[in-house]
Ligand binder design. Structure first.
Ligand code: ZN
Length: 132
């Protein structure tokens, strides 16, 4: 089963918690065992799983990526968002979640995030739920 979701981001760099949407897709698929692929079809955004309890972790991840790929650091790309492309490749555009007993296996502090690196924009992502 494939589901597409839209979301609106509000900042240039931002991590949006999409865990609830992934849960919904998995519930709808009604597979007891399997896996879900969370995938974003963008070159300046990403998907990651990390801590959702303390929002400072999200700030630190964004600040850490900003240090690895600072904006306007003498890049070739004419569009002016080379740092956004680098951050997208560093974080990656997909995550796989294992489903057991109809629920995703996530640690107590783990949440799934859509990462915006060139917002604000209207974005979308896919959840592919597979039986197995
Ligand atoms: Zn670009």
């Amino acid at each position: 089963m494939l589901k597409e979701y839209s979301l609106q981001t509000s900042k240039r760099n931002e991590m949006k918690n999409i865990t609830q949407m992934v849960y919904e897709a998995i519930e709808e698929a009604k597979f007891s065992k399997g896996y879900a692929i969370v995938y974003c079809p963008h070159t300046t955004a990403a998907i990651t799983i990390n801590e959702g309890a303390d929002p400072d972790v999200q700030k630190d991840i964004i600040n850490g990526l900003e240090k690895l790929a600072p904006p306007n650091a003498g890049y070739f790309h004419m569009e002016g968002n080379a740092d956004s492309h680098i951050k997208s490749s560093l974080v990656g555009i997909s995550e796989i979640v294992i489903i057991e007993n109809g629920k995703p296996i996530l640690g107590m502090w783990q949440k799934i995030f859509f990462c915006e690196f060139d917002g604000p924009r209207n974005r979308h992502f896919f959840v592919k739920v597979q039986n197995g």
